[in-house]
Design a binder for this molecule. Sequence first.
Ligand code: ASP
Length: 431
Amino acid sequence: MSLTRQILLAMTAAILLGSLTQRLLLIPDLLSNPVWQEYLHYILDDLLAHGLFLLGGKIFIASLKVLVVPLVFVSLVCGVCHLRDQGSLGRLSLKTIVLYLATTGLAISLALLLATWWEPGSGVDKTTDGNYVPPQPMALIDVLANIFPSNPVQAMAEGRMLQVIVFALLIGIAIGRAGEYGERIGSHFNDWNEVLMKLVTLLMSFAPYGVFCLLFTLFAEQGIGKVGDLALYMLTVTTVLLLHGFIIYPLLLKSLSGLSPRIFLRKMRDVQLFAFSTASSTATVPVTLRAVEQRLGVKNRVAAFSVPLGATINMDGTAIMQGVATAFIAQAYGIDLSLSQYLLVVLTAMLASIGTAGVPGVGLVTLALVLEQVQLPVEGIALIIGVDRILDMMRTAVNVTGDAMVSVVVARSEGAIDQDIYNNPKAGEQK
Ligand code: ASP
């Protein structure tokens, strides 16, 4: 059975069994004998959901995360130091960043359009339990200032991806210019890159177990969340995510690169499943990088830059949630937004997307920034928090798909893609 099928199977089993466990735990007198009842609780909750499977899930996430900083650093230094024409770095970065911003702008416009049409927030009950403390929106200037590292070790220790990227770029450029010294170091980086990629492949084979553990615990805790009034909100977000992921991306890919979207989507399945289960673009970086290089044939010099950068600044799925959520909150509070306010939402959501770290739930924190710009009540976030985790999983899958799509398009325009690998269905496939 292919790895994708194994992960899918594990995912389905975990969602079903986890949700069933949640239901069972809610029934106070499922077993007539209180001792047996207590025993059942102990097994389902303490031993499985919050014991064995919680531990398995934590180990799985940790083993992905532990690779992110070393892999991004090594692979980017490697890509940059072997660039024959370092001047192309500027062009490559510009293309990547422009495409990231453009796709995010498109995503949020689509979200606003559908949310103003379907009006998921009108007539929604605004009362919440009052326990929610809205996040402090960060200053826009800090979002930008945070890109530049003052201490590379601290940046790596804290996993500050943009700072690691900037540092790796600088080191890579310097190695490329340091003649024979640079060549020696450069070849070591090459070796390290190969070794780390092998480790990614190795870890991926444990994914079905990791995914099962993660999702079992999650669904045993919360089921699919308190849907209630939020069904239309969820439907709107999901529809735009699907539209963007399965129609807009393929159209863009075909028109900008001429490459087959079918092959692209097929080869992205594993990555999407990882993103869905972990709800973290950053933890998925090793898997995305491997797929973009080894399955889609993008050369390391493009992939090593665009994938980690995308995982940090390109969040189309998050922008979609933020667009729908902003319209939803405005509708729930009966506030009309003007056209210029909508434009402001598009702009700030694009910036918020840069400031959103690729970890679970941060999209809701940066949503505060967007709401604040158009003077909407930040407490409104409490209305949608109950169903955010499941939407987070879906939007993260879209986020990583966008990163890979842009990487392929940029690579094609730079002549940095091996089309034989791209077109070969078996290339880089893992059993
Ligand atoms: N979980 C998302 C990601 O990692 C970010 C978010 O929307 O909260 O891409």
